[in-house]
Design a protein around this ligand. Structure first.
Ligand SMILES: Cc1ncc(C[n+]2csc(CCOP(=O)(O)OP(=O)(O)O)c2C)c(N)n1
Length: 315
């Protein structure tokens, strides 16, 4: 969790220096993501992230950090994970990863593969048609999928109460015939237990679970956002007092398993790791017109004109 936040802070600075593109910091989501990754089995289970989680998914393979750095500099290989890493590429088009997760889970059942898929999405994404269609299908098929909604109270500047009239997001599970569980997403142990239980149910043939992990977005939506224009300062202050990292740190200090020295060492290592990954990423060859690759099998006439103009150095 500390590593993910440290790396996010470093990436924020790199973005401000124009070295990487727009990205979404993890701040406030660390317990949800790290504890979920630890409750899953990287050799059999799959994770389909949205865009805020990757830094905390390194348990599924050190390649995740490498891919994330490539992705952030706009390299197409950033979305091409090695087959051994059971993490899907980042998804910016909201909720489109949810039907993928259900399809993947169903496919695993058809092929008798032991394992579950876990898909991350936010409160805002839970208003998208893709969420509802995928949840409905998952319930009907009893697909071994965990629908993990990190409710951070905001979809950019849209607050939760403008997103849904439902009392809780977990309540929506009833309509799809699956258990809905609402947990404190700042409590790493609670997240671990909820994911562990949902995973066991899925492996036992009990089908999907919707988990609503309640957190608060502690940073900006992305590097392109200014939350001071809409997040009430007092709400943010209250949320900071319940920071998931500090909560777990307090607990571990009480057990004699964590101290300032350990934290500084973790932060320093994280900084080195992210800087080294960045250096390796920018050393990868990247064609000037790579941005046009992988959109269509053949460029449309308009894209062909744009590609030619870019290669000519024309405006
Ligand atoms: C289909 C689609 N519509 C709109 C957007 C623009 N958009 C990007 S992030 C975002 C808010 C997402 O909020 P949420 O799902 O709660 O996740 P969070 O960013 O808060 O983690 C919106 C509307 C998009 N990326 N994709």
């Amino acid at each position: 969790m500390v590593e993910a936040r440290t790396q996010a802070a470093r990436l924020w600075n790199l973005q401000r220096q124009g070295q990487v593109g727009t990205l979404a910091p993890i701040d406030g989501h660390e317990a949800v993501v790290a504890a979920t990754a630890h409750a899953l089995d990287p050799t059999h289970d799959w994770i389909l992230p949205q865009y805020r989680e990757p830094l905390a998914l390194q348990r599924f393979g050190p390649e995740v950090l490498e891919q994330y750095m490539l992705y952030n500099i706009g390299h197409p290989d950033g979305s091409r994970f090695p087959p051994s890493v059971r993490v899907a590429p980042l998804q910016i088009s909201l909720a489109t990863q949810i039907p993928h997760a259900v399809g993947l889970a169903w496919g695993m059942t058809l092929q008798d593969e032991p394992g579950v898929t876990t898909v991350f999405f936010g409160d805002g994404s839970s208003s998208e048609g893709d969420f509802h269609e995928a949840a409905n299908l998952a319930g009907v098929l009893k697909a071994p999928v965990i629908l993990l909604c990190a409710n951070n109270q905001w979809a950019i500047s849209t607050p939760l109460h403008q997103q849904t009239a439902a009392e809780t997001l977990a309540d929506r599970a009833v309509g799809y015939g699956m258990p809905g569980v609402r947990i404190d997403g700042n409590d790493a142990a609670a997240v671990f237990d909820a994911v562990d239980e949902a995973r066991q149910r899925a492996l036992d043939g009990g089908g999907p679970t919707l988990i609503e992990a309640v957190v608060y977005r502690l940073g900006a939506h992305t590097t392109a956002d200014d939350p001071t224009r809409y997040v009430p300062a007092e709400d943010l202050e209250a949320a900071r007092r319940d920071d998931p990292i500090e909560r777990l740190a307090d607990h571990l200090v009480g057990l004699g398993l964590w101290d300032d020295e350990t934290r500084s060492a973790v932060e320093a290592e994280a900084m080195t790791r992210v800087d080294e990954a960045f250096e390796r990423a920018i050393a990868q060859p990247l064609a000037t017109d790579a941005i046009f690759d992988h959109c269509f099998a053949t460029d449309t006439p308009r894209m062909a004109r744009q590609r030619a103009a870019l290669l000519d150095g024309a405006p």
